[in-house]
Every structure is written in C-alpha cells, then in structure tokens.
Design a protein around this ligand. Structure first.
Ligand code: SF4
Length: 282
C-alpha cells in the first residue's frame, strides 16, 4: 500500500512538509480542511481589501479613504459569510468584533505607509500560476504582479504576521522566489524583484531572483518532492514537534500530543487550534 501523491506543490505546502511531515500529510494528502482562525481570517480580509483596491481602482483613485472603503466592503463580505460567528466574533461579541476590525484597519494603514498605491502599475492581483518544472507541477497564487516604469516585473506578497527573524528571512524569501520561478515558467520572463510587504511593522523585504537563487530553489523543491514520494510510498509521515505545534490545526490528531491519526476520518473534530499570537510565518 502507498498513499497517493499530491497533485501539485505550492510554497506553503513545501514549507509545511519541511516543518512537519505529518501536518503535511493531513493537509495535502488527507486534505483535511483547516478550520478558520482569527489570524487566517484577518489575513484573508486584508488581502481582499487590497485586492479590491487594485482591481477596482486606477492610479489616482487609490487614496487612503478608498483603501479604507474597500476594507469596509471586504468586511461586509466577511459578515455575510458567517465566518465571524464561527470564530466567536458574532454581533453579541461587539467589543472583540470591533477590536478585530480595528486591527485589520491598522494592517491596511500599515500597507499605506509602505508604498503609495497610486504610483503602482499593476498587471494582476491574486494570480493563480501553474507550471510543470522538471515533471513536477508547481502551483501558487501571487498576491500582486507589478510592472515598473522600466518595464520590469515585480512579485509582491502581503504578510500580516510578524517580520521573520534574520535566520528565517531566507526561508520566507524562498517562498516568494518560488513565485518568481512560476512567473518565469508561465510568462516567459523572470521578475526583477520579489517583495514581501509586512503590514504590521510595517517593513518591506525584497530580493533579486538570481540564476543561483532559482537554481537552488529548483534543487530544494525537487529534494522535497523526492522526500514526499518516499514518505507516500512507505506511508511514513512523522510528527516533528516544535513551537509551531501551538498553531497546528491538527494537534488533536497528532500522536506527539496523545492524538490518534485514525480519527482523521471523523474530521473536523470538536477542538480547534490555539489562539496564541502567530509566529513570523504568515
Ligand atoms: S501538532 Fe506539531 S508535530 Fe503534530 S502534526 Fe501538528 S505540527 Fe506536526
């Protein structure tokens, strides 16, 4: 017996496998949907507001007021989805709900301190790119693809978590380099820059996707894929406890915490992830 291989790999899946093979199995092979958390929902809300800002407004019409108005639209969509109630942020929790929304507004304001959206030429937002790289299907969604005045492409990724420590920065940029690789394969042009916008601090981290960086990324991705193939063939996905376990949606199934992976068939279980503040990964 062997487990089925995932159809494709994304930067977040590569990162999940490297962090913990068992969490990867639950997510990518058993396809257990992660329940929403305040962190992920807030990130989605802010991404949606910025997506609307660039998709519905031309340069000259992207003022701070417009950005805040688009956050209000995105908030309305979220209210309609019922997700706030799932998170315990229903209308009967007015104070927590207001704090949640105010924090999302602070993240949008953080974005506006990083760049002037009126000066950005956007080619696409929330772009889904797929490419076959060496027989492996890579897939990713790019938050924003820009065109500079000099005609070069720039990949932009919004982050609502904390800025990574210096030793993690390389890994985070690796994720965005992955998008640069996808652009090169799908659009036939390598972006001149990849840029991570950390909205909370706010801080911008950027890198140039060099030949060497993309070659290294191809090699690392290929090595991860080989490891996934071996793990699927032997059904051997081991837990790797770390600080990240506090935010793991699958903790209740994890043998490292007394859980039983066999209960995956009864997913979703009653218990959810902890609500401890996120580390620098999101
Ligand atoms: S709780 Fe920790 S060790 Fe267990 S699956 Fe999640 S990340 Fe892996």
């Amino acid at each position: 017996m062997s487990l089925p291989l995932p159809r494709s790999l994304s930067p977040s899946k590569v990162s999940t496998f490297r962090d913990c093979a068992l969490a990867f199995r639950f997510s990518a092979i058993d396809r257990l949907e992660e329940p929403p958390s305040p962190h992920t929902t807030k990130g989605t809300l802010v991404h949606r507001a910025l997506e609307r800002l660039f998709w519905h407004h031309e340069p000259g019409d992207r003022s701070p007021e417009t950005a805040r108005a688009e956050l209000a639209v995105a908030w309305g969509e979220l209210e309609e989805s019922g997700e706030l109630e799932t998170l315990g942020l229903g209308v009967d929790h007015a104070e927590e709900r207001a704090a949640f929304r105010a924090d999302a507004a602070a993240l949008v304001d953080g974005y506006l301190r990083l760049e002037d959206p009126d000066r950005v030429t956007v080619l696409g937002v929330e772009l889904t790119l797929e490419a076959d790289v060496g027989g492996l299907l890579l897939r990713g969604i790019i938050d924003r693809l820009d065109l500079t005045d000099g005609g070069e492409l720039v990949v932009v990724d919004y982050k609502t978590g904390r800025v990574p420590a210096e030793h993690q920065e390389h890994q985070r940029l690796g994720g965005v380099q992955f998008y640069a690789l996808l652009c090169e394969q799908v659009l036939g042009r390598r972006p001149a820059k990849v840029r991570l916008l950390y909205l909370r601090q706010p801080v911008c981290i950027e890198a140039d996707p060099s030949d060497q960086a993309l070659r290294g990324l191809r090699q690392r991705t290929s090595a991860v894929w080989s490891a996934i193939e071996r793990a699927c063939a032997t059904e051997d996905f081991r837990p790797k406890p770390s600080a990240l376990c506090s935010w793991c949606a699958y903790k209740a199934l994890c043998p490292a915490f007394g859980g039983d992976p066999a209960l995956a068939s009864a997913w979703p279980l009653e218990s959810g992830p902890d609500e401890t503040p996120l580390p620098a990964a999101v």
